[in-house]
Design a protein around this ligand. Structure first.
Ligand code: SAH
Ligand code: SF4
Ligand code: F3S
Length: 483
């Protein structure tokens, strides 16, 4: 390789490596006399799902063909480590991959994502999973082509995990699952350090993208047929700052960009864009201005995901959430006063260290008072390295399981009765796909994020159709076109 010709600047550098890899993939294809395939499996949140679209974009560019079977030539696991069971799942899959690789020794196995940011995981892979070929973390996913190129040249395990983002490289290929909707990163990382949560350690410090870059990307997406965007960040309500970091510490210099509500207004101005969603909102930073923009802008979906985690003020303090039960409930009141029919969803953790029955009853109380359209419930999972992992009074497993069941029963009953309020209403449904069970039906979502199935064919995919929500079937509706 002539190092003088390798571009230093991104994204040119990655395009250079993509071209190099393309040639190598072509050679391999000729040698094997068949196409080369890839399979990307994603764990975790929307951030990871969106990162996977970037990885797939690069692999497509290199000439690999996507399949949804792990028996592929290039296998990627984009991992999550937010809870213990996410980790366990990966190790289970690796055992299976080892067998597949015995049959196809040229198979390249690549692990990336949040779990790879943990030192003990990388050590385990180095010592026990030597058949894994490429490992990288959350800060350098853009370098996939460069890392593959190194692998092709040296044919031994490549591990490149960075402690923090040296740079963020956009403008690389992306392969979207849906042509008509897309996630858009507006910020990376998290500065909140909720005491149970590993995300700030594996995703690094918060950093917002510049509004002009975000708008450029959205305009491009719309020109390609996108109608709905989901603005992504761990806490979109604190959008708007670029910090200058030195040695991992925040410098005093901080560049203020634009507030999140102002960004939303700009995004809504994009012609041809029909729907704007965002995720996730931290209650402590949710401003009156955001509520106003949501009430005023018809493109912003009538849905807010507002995790409360626990209803107990004591536990919230231990969680470092920086709001009380009362503050959360009055925030919900304020939102409902401004946008009466808004669909509210949330995340709840059961069994945080020190949680008493009384604390848990406070959580149930919030559930009863707010009446969520949907709630994602999690059993507290100890994450090594977080402050909560060393807190006293970890709650016994049987107590947690009992509370979890009681919570689940109430949450499901409430969301079942909430969703019924839409019965008989006509809503715009953005059609996403053919129904998996019945090909005479299509499946889509309303602005409230309700799933609707109704008679139709693949020509409707990507179209927005007015549908009568005729019959509520628990968590979804069976509907009928109005025209
Ligand atoms: N940034 C988002 C959440 C990202 S993680 C926010 O603050 O809302 C998604 C959810 O996983 C969290 O809302 C929380 O409910 C859950 N979670 C995070 N860490 C957890 C842990 N250690 N145990 C159980 N659930 C956890
Ligand atoms: Fe985790 Fe809290 Fe950051 Fe969300 S806001 S990612 S829960 S630390
Ligand atoms: Fe998991 Fe990482 Fe998301 S830990 S929840 S994939 S930010």
């Amino acid at each position: 390789m002539d190092s003088n010709t390798i571009p230093v600047m991104e994204p040119d550098r990655q395009y250079y490596f993509m071209n190099k890899c393309k040639e190598l993939v072509l050679d391999l294809k000729a040698k094997k006399n068949r196409p080369l395939t890839y399979c990307v499996t994603t764990f975790g949140c929307q951030m990871n799902a969106h990162d996977s679209e970037k990885l797939k974009g690069i692999l497509d560019e290199l000439g690999y063909v996507e399949i949804d079977d792990e028996n592929a030539d290039f296998v990627v696991y984009n991992t999550c480590t937010v809870r213990e069971n996410a980790n366990k799942k990966l190790y289970g899959h690796l055992g299976h991959l080892k067998n597949l690789k015995k049959k196809n020794p040229d198979m390249i196995i690549c692990l990336c994502g949040c779990m790879m940011q943990e030192k003990h995981v990388v050590e385990t892979i180095k010592s026990k999973y030597k058949f894994v070929d490429i490992v990288f973390g959350t800060h350098n996913i853009y370098k996939l082509a460069e890392l593959i190129n190194i692998y092709f040249n040296q044919n031994s395990q490549i591990i490149e995990v960075l402690d923090k983002s040296e740079k963020t490289v956009e403008e690389l290929p992306q392969k979207r699952k849906y042509k008509f909707k897309s996630g858009v990163n507006i910020m990376y990382g998290c500065n909140n350090f909720c005491s149970y949560c590993i995300v700030p350690y594996v995703r690094g410090r918060e950093k917002s993208r510049r509004p002009e870059e975000i708008l450029k990307e959205i305009n491009l997406l719309v020109s390609q047929g996108v109608k709905e965007v989901m603005l992504l960040g761990q806490n979109v309500n604190s959008y708007g700052k670029i910090y200058d970091y030195t040695d991992g510490k925040m410098d005093l210099q901080e560049e203020k960009l634009m507030s999140f509500p102002d960004l939303l207004r700009e995004v809504c101005k994009v012609d041809g864009l029909e729907r704007v969603r965002f995720m996730t909102s931290h209650p402590k930073d949710l401003s009156d201005e955001l509520i106003k923009v949501m009430a005023e802008e018809p493109k912003i979906c009538n849905h807010l995901h507002l995790p409360f985690q626990s209803g107990s003020t004591d536990i919230l303090a231990k969680m470092n959430r920086r709001y009380t039960k009362e503050q959360y409930l009055s925030l919900v009141d304020k939102i409902r006063n401004a946008i009466p029919d808004i669909s509210l969803t949330t995340d709840i953790i059961v069994g945080f260290p020190g949680e008493t029955e009384e604390d848990f009853l406070d959580t149930l109380d919030v559930v009863e008072k707010v009446k969520y359209d949907q709630a994602f419930t999690f059993i507290y999972s100890k994450r090594t390295g977080t402050p909560a992992a060393v807190m006293e009074n970890q709650v016994p497993e049987d107590v947690v399981k009992d509370r979890f069941q009681r919570l689940l029963t109430r949450v499901n009953a409430i969301s079942n009765s909430r969703i019924k309020r839409y019965e008989g209403q006509i809503k715009d449904v953005l059609v996403e796909e053919l129904n998996h069970q019945d090909n005479n039906l299509v499946t889509g979502r309303t602005k409230e994020s309700i799933t609707v199935h109704f008679p139709g064919d693949s020509s409707l995919i990507g179209e927005t159709i007015a549908v009568n929500l005729k019959e509520c079937k628990g968590f979804y509706f069976l509907g009928e076109r109005t025209s």
